[in-house]
Design a protein around this ligand. Sequence first.
Ligand code: GLC
Length: 537
Amino acid sequence: MADGTISRAPELAWWQREAFYEVYPRSFQDSDGDGVGDLRGLLRRLDYLAWLGVGAVWVTPFYPSPQRDFGYDVSDYCAVDPTMGTLEDFQRLVEEAHRRGLRVVVDLVANHTSSEHPWFVESRKSRHSPRRGWYVWRDPGPRGGPPNNWLSFFGGPAWTFDPETGQYYLHQFLPEQPDLNYRNPEVVRAMEEVIRFWLDRGADGFRVDAAWLLVEDEHFRDEPPNPAWRPGMRERDRLLHPYTEDHPDTHQVLRRFRAVLESCHRDAVLIGEVYLPFAQLVRYYGTREEPECHFPFNFALVELPADRWTAHGLRAVVEAYEAARPEWAWPGWVLGNHDRPRVATRLGEDGSRLAHLLLLTLRGTPTLYYGDELGMVDGPVQPHRVRDWAGFREWGGRWCRDAARTPMQWDASHHAGFTTGEPWLPVNSDFPQRNVASQQADPRSFLHLVRRLLWMRRSHPALVAGGFVPVGSEEGVLAYRREHGPEAFLVALNFSTRPAHLAAQGEVVLSTHLDREGLERHVPLRPREGLVVRLRP
Ligand code: GLC
């Protein structure tokens, strides 16, 4: 293992070279026994993240919040929620992260505030409030109901009536998350101040929450029905969303955010949360002259159904993305996040090993979700333990986001070492076997696989800066070359349950089973095995 000998690809920026790691701070590490993770807890675990080999931590919201959507309902953008710590804790976290060579990226919950944010409290006071125009207020529709048929992600209409002033306000998510009005330049300026605030405190960039939803149709037209909707699909998908998603004016806002970033801190990164097909997704890079995100998250691997995790299905995804992306734009890849079922639940342990080999050898910035490096699975959250009612409704009760947010499994002690108190969500019952400590002690564990991959990626510019060249191979095997300068690697993933061979000669440097290395001719591949082979020059 090449720890310490990081061979940087000097032509690339840190956010291209390094892997990102998403921390959901409520669930990562508690430091004070209240059962909720916090910034000091995260601070204690920075050595683990440095050991693992990621280069940046994206911390989901820790700002003051009534916690209706666990921090995605912000009531003060420029402070820390008391359950999470203090602003001083944040600054220490950043300093200590930087000392270890780790960057810290924070969430910019730009689309909406909490209904308890002073801006909204003021806005709802009267139709003449100076902040009225900071949110989207409309008179009732002609028949007295909501102004139009728009639907919320979390079920029901996207409008709530405010009896005090006799108007409806817009919320793409919960009624407690009113949408800001980005047609008002004061709102854009206020959010720019938020960006400056966190950059001044050492943040290395932002993940823009709901970036594809910032602006809606100014004529408030009804959305058309979705002919493909079937019972069992999300309620919001009864409609198509030409007027509430991906509005062209959204790009102007993102360009402004990027410009502020560039003006204060040329090295900071802007990542967008964007759930759209590739052709629309890639517009969130902006243009070379007017850039927007350094990269929008590419959720294709999160959304690909398990039965399409085949050599054929994956090649199609990678090629479609590559074809849609402007040549100058840097790719990104993700396997999971706090809103979706975990990758090990979707694909099983061996499928998830293959998926991590793919994530960490594709061209582009990889983002890992906490606990996925252990093969953590979704927790069986019983209905009486559901905390995320919003997400429960969003998925029509079929799944609950809590399942992917259970506490990090550090060791086999009480509550997996997450807290000395009562954890806010139950710890998964597999924690005595599946935890950081036990996997650190087992050289073939999932954790060691992910760590080896992360360090391998860091140590070889070919795996970061190198081109991506698909290679013909046997049925069921996805194979590609990555090369840069004198180095060339062949990556091969056998998604089938049959053995296969590679028409290549080289040195196996890693197997997803971590049980073989060395020189081979016509490299044999076991069923469901992935390999990285260093090719002879
Ligand atoms: C994003 C977040 C999700 C949150 C929603 C509303 O999709 O990832 O957790 O509920 O935005 O802020």
